[in-house]
Design a protein around this ligand. Structure first.
Ligand code: SAH
Length: 228
């Protein structure tokens, strides 16, 4: 899968995507990642990417030209992307289902906004969709891009070593929350672990985990049960 990220802070994105499970997927070529510095697509000597908003008001707005030029070059060098995603707090909310949908695409371009936002013509005529990672405002699209790439990378077969681990994750297994996990020691500061987990009865353990997942979902996220 090809992923191109356009940002004014390439180091921030590159560093985070070099670690852990996603880092391994990039190193092994499962994810063909390129991070582009938006300033490389400016034509003035000072590499200006922002300007004042028409109509007045506080802050600056990312100019359309460098973003369009970046996507033009990506198209030329890397082919026509399957989706051009604008990170935006008013976009479609990122969920497990959205991450799974994106993970099946061949080529994603992710545009990271900054300042007061991005010239609306980018959204209307360049982006094919806008995605939000939640109802709060961040200072830029870099963290949303990282969250998106991490969540979707886990859904690409082979990225997480044990496929059963991804299939059993919260939201993935029948839309339920995950069951509680314990590890050694069996007794810690006076707190034990549920006896069934030490019993060696696989069918009983499976039943208990299923019950726990259901109970937790009912208690903490009843909306997930209503949706299904
Ligand atoms: N003035 C804008 C916020 C701009 S924040 C507003 O009120 O909607 C600057 C940039 O950060 C945005 O252009 C977007 O790219 C990114 N961003 C901020 N919060 C985000 C979120 N919850 N999800 C995705 N992107 C976000």
């Amino acid at each position: 899968m090809k992923i191109d990220i356009v940002t004014i802070f390439p180091a921030m994105v590159t560093a985070a995507l070099a670690e852990g499970i996603v880092g391994r997927a990039v190193a092994s070529g499962v994810i063909d990642l390129r991070v582009h510095d938006l300033r490389d697509f400016t034509t003035d000597r000072r590499h200006v990417v922002d300007d004042m908003p028409f109509g007045g008001g506080p802050g600056m707005v990312l100019k359309p030209e460098p973003l369009f030029a970046a996507v033009d070059q990506i198209r030329e060098e890397r082919g026509i992307p399957s989706a051009v995603i604008l990170t935006s707090p008013d976009g479609e909310r990122l969920t497990h289902a959205v991450a799974a949908r994106l993970s099946a695409l061949d080529h994603l371009v992710i545009l990271c906004g900054r300042y007061e936002g991005v010239d609306e013509r980018v959204r209307e005529h360049l982006a094919t969709e806008a995605i939000s990672i939640g109802d709060y405002v961040l200072s830029g699209g870099e963290l949303p891009a990282l969250v998106m790439v991490d969540a979707l990378a886990r859904q690409i077969p082979g990225v997480v070593g044990d496929a059963a681990s991804v299939a059993g994750d919260t939201f993935a297994r029948d839309g339920l929350l995950d069951f509680p996990q314990y590890t050694r020691p069996a007794e810690f500061r006076g707190h034990g672990v549920p006896a069934v987990l030490l019993s060696g009865h696989h069918a009983e353990i499976e039943k208990w985990r299923r019950q726990q997942a259901l109970e937790r979902t009912r208690k903490h996220r009843p909306d997930l049960l209503k949706d299904s």
